[in-house]
Write a protein that binds this ligand. Sequence first.
Ligand code: SAM
Length: 233
Amino acid sequence: MNEEKLSKRLETVASYIPKGAILADIGSDHAYLPCYSFLNGLISKGIAGEVAEGPLKSAKKQISKNQLDYVLEARKGDGLEVIQPNEVTCISIAGMGGSLIRSILDNGKSKLSGVERLILQPNIGASTIREWLIEHDWELIAEEILEEDNKIYEVLVAEKGNPQKPYKNKEQELLLGPFLLKEKNPIFIKKWTHELKHWMRILEQLKAAGETSENRLRKQELEKKIELAKEAL
Ligand code: SAM
């Protein structure tokens, strides 16, 4: 992967960047996404945010190598700390766990004014992001599921709007994704068949471990998720 040829995962993220956007890519690492997006005419300018020194250095190097310093800036900071309100129109956060993405959004709420689109790619735990979006009036407008190098990824795209709009059977759709559930493509089936087997194994282990109040709660949660996934498959 480089700034000219992105991974399928980041290419999918890029495909949702509105043309002419001012992008903040948070947790940008090598800044491949902002560089690619500018070189392909998707964005007018951008910021690569990084909390860690090594990846920040890589981002700066990548931007300079492509002579894009006049339109792209790598900034060091935690999450949305690197942007000002109304500075960007689109934020991408990719390649992290869902809880971390959620906390970045939550800690940076005050920086979201002027942001028209969020493109979020959690490696795991997409449901916690869906919950956050609903709680903060962001409407999920699209979802993708894809497989690359034997890993399955989800991409969530949201805009300000009616957060309830995509949901009919909320509990199930929060877990599985309202758009993904409707589409039920082979990668979706593969992911949830695998998860289901995994949960059923854990459930058996919990049952064998005996009855504690903590176990009882975990079992209830798992049984609910198993039921929701089974219904969908
Ligand atoms: N976004 C790139 C991608 O999808 O290929 C890089 C993903 S990499 C696995 C995660 C990056 O996020 C790391 O470079 C890490 O330093 C950065 N990161 C983690 N937590 C962060 C935070 N709170 N704020 C900014 N960057 C963060």
